[in-house]
Design a protein around this ligand. Structure first.
Ligand SMILES: N[C@@H](CCC(=O)N[C@@H](CS)C(=O)NCC(=O)O)C(=O)O
Length: 259
């Protein structure tokens, strides 16, 4: 089980700007009070993979109901939707079940063409996918798993004390990723080129989860900070900034657009 992604909230509702679903739905994949025509996202508030899908749905103006899934409970009905037992999982209004962050965003970009997020031509798409993989895989393993996984998940799972060596490794690795973002945005307007793409969303999703913990040294990385400030201003990102995980308050700058 990847540590990193074992993040999330113990309890609670969806976030502002997203329709809220109650938690008392054990026993069925689609709670009875949710109409068949609704789109449902099973997620965890601090899961970077779930955050990416939330932003993509907002960018494409697609309505959805966000349901928190406590993945560590291994709910059989959820495992039937995604045997990997991981969020995000998306159920489309026609009942189509999509599991896995990358599969979901590829599907959404292919089907809903209103705002294209994975590039206009094969070369652009390759660059967006290269960078999305960088943040989903490399940064997630080197940084997010070590910080969110150790600090949050251990508590939620009651699986022992956080490993201070891993936390130290996460802090040591983070500046390299902020520097890489800085390197890119000093040469391009957005991470993958002239346009805002999934690469920006993926990187910002990882960083926003860490920022909720107050773990991002923004002031030592001005170019990355300037880029993140532009992302924070986007309406699609606002619901993430309104997230409130019970028992875990974010630092004051987390939702501040002028941080
Ligand atoms: N590659 C997967 C990773 C998803 C993932 O690791 N999700 C985490 C939350 S961020 C999870 O649900 N973990 C539950 C577990 O491992 O038990 C994706 O893109 O969806």
């Amino acid at each position: 089980m990847p540590l990193a992604a074992r993040v999330g909230a113990p309890e609670g509702a969806a976030t502002l700007g997203e329709k809220k679903g109650k938690r008392s739905f054990f026993g069925r994949a689609r709670p009875r009070y949710i109409s068949k025509a609704m789109r449902i996202l099973y997620h965890l508030p601090l899961s970077p993979f779930s955050r990416t899908v939330r932003v993509v749905l907002h960018e494409k103006n697609l309505d959805f109901t966000a349901m928190i899934e406590r993945v560590w409970e291994r709910r059989p009905e959820f495992l039937a939707l995604n045997p990997a037992g991981e969020v995000p999982v998306l159920i489309e209004p026609d009942g189509t079940v999509l599991a896995g962050g990358e599969a979901i965003v590829e599907y959404l970009d292919e089907v809903y063409r209103e705002r294209i997020l994975i590039g206009l031509n094969p070369v652009d798409r390759a660059e967006v996918r290269r960078l999305s993989a960088w943040f989903n895989n490399k940064m997630n393993q080197e940084v997010t798993q070590n910080l969110l996984g150790e600090k949050i998940m251990r508590r939620l799972e009651k699986s022992g004390q956080p490993n201070s060596l891993l936390i130290r490794a996460g802090h040591a690795n983070l500046p390299h990723h902020l520097d890489y973002i800085g390197y890119l945005v000093e040469r391009r307007r957005w991470l993958a080129g002239d346009h805002f793409t999934l690469a920006d969303i993926t990187a910002a999703a990882q960083l926003s989860s860490l920022d909720y913990l107050g773990d991002v040294p923004w002031n030592e990385h001005e170019p990355a900070k300037e880029w993140y400030a532009r992302i924070k201003c986007r309406p699609s990102f606002r619901p993430l900034l309104a997230d409130a995980v019970p028992g875990l308050s974010p630092p004051r700058h987390y939702a501040d657009l002028d941080f």
